[in-house]
Write a new protein. Structure first.
Length: 358
């Protein structure tokens, strides 16, 4: 069980809901397979029930507004496994990370037909393409570790390992360098590991804030890192609060660090708009915006509702937000304008967790 799962399991046990269903949410429930394949739309990775069953991938069509459920199993005749963590598209291949399944399934991004499996992973998290022959795949590894696996894209095999901070998570490539947020995994950490993608060597570890997990680059080339903070052993309070940190990649120095005030709410799921000028994140029962020119955190939410995850669609310029409902039945996905106005919503699978835009 992942550390985030332990946190949410504690929340459920306490009878606290992250977000409630509102009666005025419009629901689109049509389930179809697009005739032209899975293009011009959004893939939703649904984690699946904790510890059992299988996760799935759904597809939302921008052109029709229809939703196709469990498209991997429908196309290939076998389930993905548990837990479906994330998906990334590179060179028209989709890399679907299956956390507890210790693998990544590779598919054609248009037809979703299987194109291979990357096996023998340990708690994999995210994928990023480096060039036409090489990719990186972050994983927690076994115990208090963190790693980036080097992937041969022609053979879908692991060719090497790069040691990082604990709990390697999201990655961003800037020039020839890859920045890896290290969230702590089963323990804690506070670094962003920088890798030279040409040599696969670690250049440095940048100390940011407690347990960084998500990161984005902005229109000026600066790197923003969202740190979730450090929970106590019972996940009832933060002994180190979260923070939003800005890094100058030209010299890997921190140019801004903004601490959050709450000791009971951890910020998460940093995203950025199509202009790369406004950041959004989940915090304290809402979704907040942060202009990249601002040196203070916003005091008020853009959306006054908590969510499990966020994504930003660069085509429709809308925020995608997931509601796991009860973590046992199908969740839902809501679309919002950047002003915070709800556009529509549709059914997801069990625990919709991440978004991949195509």
């Amino acid at each position: 069980m992942r550390k985030t799962q332990l946190i949410y399991a504690s929340i459920i046990a306490l009878g606290i809901t992250i977000s409630g269903c509102k009666k005025d949410d419009p629901i689109a429930t049509a389930t179809t397979t697009p005739a032209s394949g899975y293009t011009n739309g959004v893939f939703i990775t649904n984690e699946g029930p904790y510890g059992s069953g299988t996760g799935t991938v759904s597809f939302y069509s921008r052109s029709t507004g229809s939703v196709s459920a469990d498209i991997f199993n429908s196309k290939n005749g076998f389930p993905l496994g548990n837990v479906v963590q994330s998906m990334e598209i590179f060179n028209n291949k989709g890399y679907i990370i299956v956390n507890n399944g210790s693998k990544a399934e590779v598919v054609d991004a248009t037809s979703f037909a299987t194109a291979g499996t990357i096996s023998n992973l340990i708690n994999p998290r995210y994928f990023i393409g480096i060039d036409n022959t090489k990719g990186y795949l972050s994983q927690w590894g076994a115990g208090a570790t963190g790693e980036v696996k080097i992937i041969n894209l022609a053979t879908n095999t692991v060719t090497g390992t790069i040691n990082t901070g604990n709990g390697a998570e999201q990655m961003v490539k800037i020039g020839n360098y890859v920045y890896v947020a290290c969230s702590g995994g089963y323990v804690n950490d506070s670094v962003v590991t920088v890798i030279d993608a040409t040599t696969n060597a670690v250049v440095t570890n940048i100390n940011v804030g407690a347990n960084p997990a998500s990161l984005k680059t902005d229109a000026t080339g600066q790197l923003w890192v969202l740190c979730g903070g450090q929970w106590n052993s019972g996940y009832t309070a933060l002994v180190k609060t979260g923070s939003l940190v800005r890094i100058n990649p030209s010299n890997n120095t921190i140019t801004l660090s903004l601490p959050f005030a709450s000791t009971t709410a951890a910020p998460s799921h940093l995203i950025i708009d199509q202009n790369l000028t406004t950041l959004y994140y989940i915090y304290n029962g809402g979704v907040y915006a942060h202009a990249i020119t601002s040196s203070v955190l916003s005091a008020s939410a853009v959306i006054n509702r908590g969510f499990y995850s966020l994504g930003f669609d660069p085509v429709s310029h809308s925020i995608f937000a997931s509601d796991p409902v009860d973590y046992m039945s199908n969740g839902k996905v809501l679309r919002y304008q950047t002003s915070g106005t709800v556009v529509d919503s549709f059914a997801g699978g069990i625990i919709p967790g991440n978004f991949c835009f195509h």
